[in-house]
Write a protein that binds this ligand. Sequence first.
Ligand SMILES: Nc1ncnc2c1ncn2[C@@H]1O[C@H](COP(=O)(O)OP(=O)(O)OP(=O)(O)O)[C@@H](O)[C@H]1O
Length: 259
Amino acid sequence: MKNTTPLLKVDSVSIQFGGLKAVSGVNMELHEGELAGLIGPNGAGKTTFFNLLTGVYVPTEGSISLEGKVLKNLAPYKITKKGISRTFQNIRLFGELSVIDNVKVAYHSLSKHSIAESIFRLPRHFTGEKEMEEKALEFLKIFKLDGYRDEKAKNLPYGQQRRLEIARALAARPKLLLLDEPAAGMNPQETRDLMELIRFIRTEFNLTVLLIEHDMPLVMGVCERIYVLDHGQMIASGSPEEVRNNPKVIEAYLGEEVS
Ligand SMILES: Nc1ncnc2c1ncn2[C@@H]1O[C@H](COP(=O)(O)OP(=O)(O)OP(=O)(O)O)[C@@H](O)[C@H]1O
């Protein structure tokens, strides 16, 4: 029988900053394998919503569950371990570290060998390191970054830094991958390649993906379901077609392109 418990369930979640309700009574259900988009005008609350899902902020109301279990007061790294990882609107790589080390950082948080084994460089540490190196390289290959493995991350062109951030997020073996404007700053060809890649990794890694994106052709082209935030409220959700023709959405975007 098909599992009907949603992978992610967001139940009436709100957060208030002083007098501003940045996210207000938001509901969302994402099922395993779904590829969904979160759109909305500037300042609608999209990044704040990601910050709530990843434990950066604690909701003032409501609850968030992953696989039926409420994620309550968990630090962001613990939420990553439970299976939610993300990329950031402003790329957050370790610029001075090599490309491959940026991916290995994600493995360290999951690695099975103890801190003592690492400090004293016991045999298990070396097996662990070798395994990590091999796995990290596999991810770099998928993202066509293996040719840059020893380059400092800060020296990569912008589009490749974005891809590296996704590779790093994926290396943490998430069930749910959150991408915050993955195509920002990419040229049209890079954006098209990225769409393909997102579809590919969703299938290959059995992922559920939620992405924030201002590039409407990207969102409409790649996502099966779209959620629309406006002034902190979820004003619509549905297929790209439904959302595109929804009068509330058209009104929220008045003056902006939604096609
Ligand atoms: N830590 C904070 N303290 C106070 N206000 C905040 C904080 N974080 C976000 N806000 C406010 O919450 C609202 C939503 O911001 P948010 O960055 O989530 O919007 P967004 O939809 O991601 O916008 P954009 O598309 O421009 O990135 C904005 O008015 C913002 O100024």
